[in-house]
Structure formats: structure tokens, C-alpha cells
Ligand binder design. Structure first.
Ligand SMILES: Cc1cc2nc3c(=O)[nH]c(=O)nc-3n(C[C@H](O)[C@H](O)[C@H](O)COP(=O)(O)O)c2cc1C
Length: 423
């Protein structure tokens, strides 16, 4: 463990009703909850009360299938404008795909939103692997990972070219393999210059993209040793490119279920999970083991040949980083039955901690001081109450440990996360 003088970078992933698949069955939700501004504003205000850096939105450019659960949410850039108007400090990080956007159009949309939010916008750069997306754009399949990342690298260069134009006389010109354009923008730089850049995607190509451009990374880490290794790897890649020490800020997803006692937290978790059919978690497990988990015997371990078989990423698209950390995690569970694995797999892709505020704060401190993480992208079981519990009960403990800010002393997101000047 090392001494650190910096503070945690804390964002919260605002996932519809909450991260638990059955979250929609709790609270006072109805069919219009997700299109009601108050629903989102309540969570953004709770985030601000907990002095979080930003609220975070994933975005799949696909039509949502409401069959497993309701969850279609409003578009993140629209929500960014709404939520920054209703709060004073907390930033908004909006995911947008480099595979299914146009760089000039997206650059202007992001910069314009950053201007009206007073410099509180972040862009999470994603390349989209969800097979449901391609049909939405009239193509048979998503491009393969290599092609997506090649385009992503050029896409971000192209966006930065437009932003550099905005900071100068408005003119910009780009001449690449994928994109060629020339024009003038009337959008001025924002209060923080340009939106803060985040990135999600843990393959070698994803890390290179993050090392080159990102001020923050949304990572997936399930075990501490692998997280420490990956943290060091990304830090090395960024240093080799001459990036400022301390960037990018690495924030793995962390799923939380908070109770005032261990038993209460466990009961809360069980209450959520007992309403979820096995098929839901099995679908999630299938993605990461690259095998249809519904064919497995629930009362036997996952057969070794399934875990050990070589993975073809273009046949079974998932995140390479997520798959590796999952395979580490499952090593210790090879004797467990599929049913037991599903129970412990409750983070649905994120590491999960079910416990008291003290246990959660200690866990976060361990990861932070071990340099496994600079902070977290929090996954909250149910909004807004789970986030209010974090703000009121966990955040003060983190402050007492000296690893969480005691006030917002800056207004722009770039300053709040300590990302320095753009670039
Ligand atoms: C934690 C995490 C969050 C992601 N969020 C999104 C998202 O919101 N929208 C999207 O289209 N793709 C998202 N992706 C997909 C990635 O951009 C990328 O296409 C995928 O992870 C495969 O690349 P990888 O092997 O480098 O991880 C996400 C991936 C990860 C790991």
C-alpha cells in the first residue's frame, strides 16, 4: 500500500432504476419514471450531496428490448443539459460511440453541450460491440474489434481537430483514412476548454486509446492482483506517450449494496435477486464465458473445457478486459456450482460489495491505496435511495480516511477530477 495525497475520482453510473435487474419493481416507479426529469434530478442531487465528481451514462445506439425489464432511458447528452441545470457542481459523462457517429457532428454537439453546462461535460469514448446495434444502422454486423479501434483512434483525432479549430479562428481541416473534412465551427471553447475524455474497453487496443487520449477510464476489474497489474500497465502506456503523471484516472465499476448491518445488506441483496429469473444472470454469464450458459447444469461446476477453450472475439463479442478478469475470478470458484457462481456474480460485470458503510469504505480505501484504482464508477442497486445512502453513510467515512474531498473547490469537471488542461 502506498501513501496518496490525491482524492478518489468518484462517478456514479446512472442506470435506469438502479443496477439490480429487479430495481424497477421497488420504489414508486411507474411506466413514465424514466422520462420524468425528477427521477434523474433526484439522483444527480444525491450525487452532488455525496461530492461525487460526475454522474455517468452508458449508451447503446440500439433500440431497447423491453422484454427482460424496462430500462430505455433518455439520451445522455440531453440528460447532461437537464442535470447540470438542476445542480451546481457535479459533472455529467455521456458515452457516445465512435463506430456509429460522425466526428464533426459529434464534436460540435459535445462542445456545444459543454459550453451550455459551464464546462461540466465528459465524453466516454466507446466502440460498441453489442450485436443488437448494427441492425439499427442497416448493416449486417458491427465491424471487428481491430477495425473499430482503428476508426476510434482516427475519430478522436478528428474530434480534437474540430475542437482545436474552435479554440482558434473556427476553421478546421482533417485528412485521414476514414475521415476527410474541412470547415468552420461557430461553437466557442467551453469553460473547461473541451469536454473531459473518458474511455471504456480493456483490450490492448482499448488501453492504447485510453493511454493516448483519456483523462479517465471506466475499467472492469474483479480481482485485486489483476487490477494492480492492469493499473500499472495503463500507467506505463500513458507515461510512454508523455502524458502527465496521474492520468488517466482509472475507475473500475463497483457494484454496492449498503445495509446498516451485514445481515441487512444481505437481505436487501436477496430481496432484489429473488425476483430475477435465472435466465437473466445466465444471459450475462453466457456473454463472458462465450458459451450458452442456459445449457449448463445449474447444480454442477462449469465444465473445465468451456472455461479453457480459446476465445474468438469476433464470434463471441465481449470486452477482452472483462473476460480476462472474469477468468481470474472464476479460478477460485472452479468447484462451485453454476447456481453458486450466479449468486456471487451479482455485480453483472462489476465487482460487488454487499455490506456496511464501514466495510465498503475500507474496501475502497484498500483498492485506492494499492493503486488498483484511482476511484470507482459506482453501480447503485436502486435510485435514488441507494445513492443517498452512499452520500450520507459511506462518503463521510471516506472523508475521515482523507481520500475523499470535503467540498467542491472548482466548478469545471476537468478541475474537479484534477485532469489539468486539455491534452
Ligand atoms: C465497462 C465498459 C463499458 C462500456 N460501455 C459501453 C457503452 O456505454 N456503449 C457502447 O456502445 N459500448 C460500451 N462498451 C464497449 C466498448 O467500447 C468496446 O467496444 C468493447 O468493450 C470491446 O472492446 P475491449 O475488448 O477493448 O473491451 C463498454 C465496455 C466496457 C468494458
Amino acid at each position: 500500500m502506498t501513501d496518496r495525497t490525491d482524492h478518489l475520482t468518484l462517478n456514479v453510473n446512472l442506470q435506469a432504476f438502479g443496477q439490480r435487474p429487479a430495481a424497477w419493481q421497488f420504489g414508486d416507479h411507474d411506466a413514465d419514471t424514466l422520462i420524468r426529469p425528477e427521477h434523474w434530478i433526484a439522483s444527480a442531487k444525491a450525487a452532488e450531496r455525496g461530492l461525487l465528481d460526475a454522474v455517468f451514462f452508458a449508451d447503446q445506439p440500439a433500440l431497447h428490448n423491453p422484454d427482460p425489464r424496462p430500462g430505455a432511458q433518455l439520451e445522455p447528452i440531453a440528460l447532461a443539459a437537464l442535470l447540470t441545470a438542476a445542480t451546481e457542481h457535479v459533472g455529467v459523462i455521456a458515452s457516445a460511440s465512435t463506430t456509429y457517429n460522425d466526428p464533426v457532428e459529434l464534436a460540435e454537439r459535445l462542445l456545444g453541450t459543454d459550453v451550455v453546462t459551464g464546462g461540466r461535460l465528459g465524453w466516454n469514448i466507446v466502440t460498441t460491440y453489442n450485436p443488437a446495434v448494427s441492425g439499427n444502422f442497416g448493416v449486417d454486423a458491427n465491424p471487428d474489434r481491430a477495425t473499430r479501434y482503428e476508426r476510434a483512434g482516427e475519430f478522436v483525432d478528428a474530434v480534437k481537430t474540430v475542437w482545436a479549430g474552435a479554440a482558434g479562428d473556427g476553421g478546421f481541416r482533417f485528412d485521414g483514412e476514414h475521415f476527410r473534412f474541412e470547415g468552420v465551427t461557430a461553437v466557442p471553447p467551453s469553460a473547461q476548454g473541451t469536454p473531459v475524455l473518458f474511455q471504456a474497453g480493456g483490450s490492448a487496443q482499448g488501453r492504447d486509446l485510453a493511454a493516448r487520449h483519456a483523462e479517465g477510464v471506466f475499467a472492469v476489474e474483479l480481482t485485486l492482483p489483476r487490477a494492480i497489474e492492469n493499473y500499472a500497465d495503463l500507467t506505463r502506456r500513458a507515461a510512454a506517450l508523455g502524458r502527465r503523471p496521474g492520468l488517466p484516472r482509472i475507475t473500475p465499476g463497483l457494484s454496492l449494496v449498503i445495509g446498516s448491518t451485514v445481515e441487512e445488506a444481505r437481505r436487501r441483496f436477496d430481496d432484489f435477486e429473488s425476483r430475477v429469473p435465472d435466465s437473466y444472470a445466465l444471459g450475462s454469464l453466457s456473454n463472458v464465458i462465450a458459451h450458452d450458459a442456459r445449457t449448463l447444469d445449474l447444480d454442477a461446476p462449469i465444465p473445465a473445457d468451456i472455461l479453457d477453450k480459446p476465445w474468438n472475439p469476433d464470434e463471441h463479442p465481449t470486452s477482452a478486459g472483462y473476460r480476462l478478469t472474469f477468468l481470474d475470478w472464476i479460478q477460485e470458484r472452479r468447484q462451485q456450482t453454476v447456481r453458486e457462481i450466479l449468486r456471487d456474480f451479482g455485480g453483472y460485470g462489476a465487482r460487488i460489495v454487499i455490506g456496511t458503510p464501514e466495510q465498503i469504505a475500507d474496501d475502497m480505501e484498500l483498492w485506492f491505496r494499492s493503486r488498483a484504482a484511482d476511484g470507482f464508477n459506482l453501480m447503485i442497486d436502486h435510485f435514488p435511495d441507494g445513492l443517498v445512502a452512499f452520500a450520507d453513510e459511506v462518503a463521510p467515512l471516506l472523508q475521515r480516511k482523507g481520500i475523499h474531498k470535503r467540498e467542491y473547490d472548482h466548478t469545471t469537471l476537468r478541475e474537479v477530477i484534477g485532469a489539468g488542461t486539455a491534452g
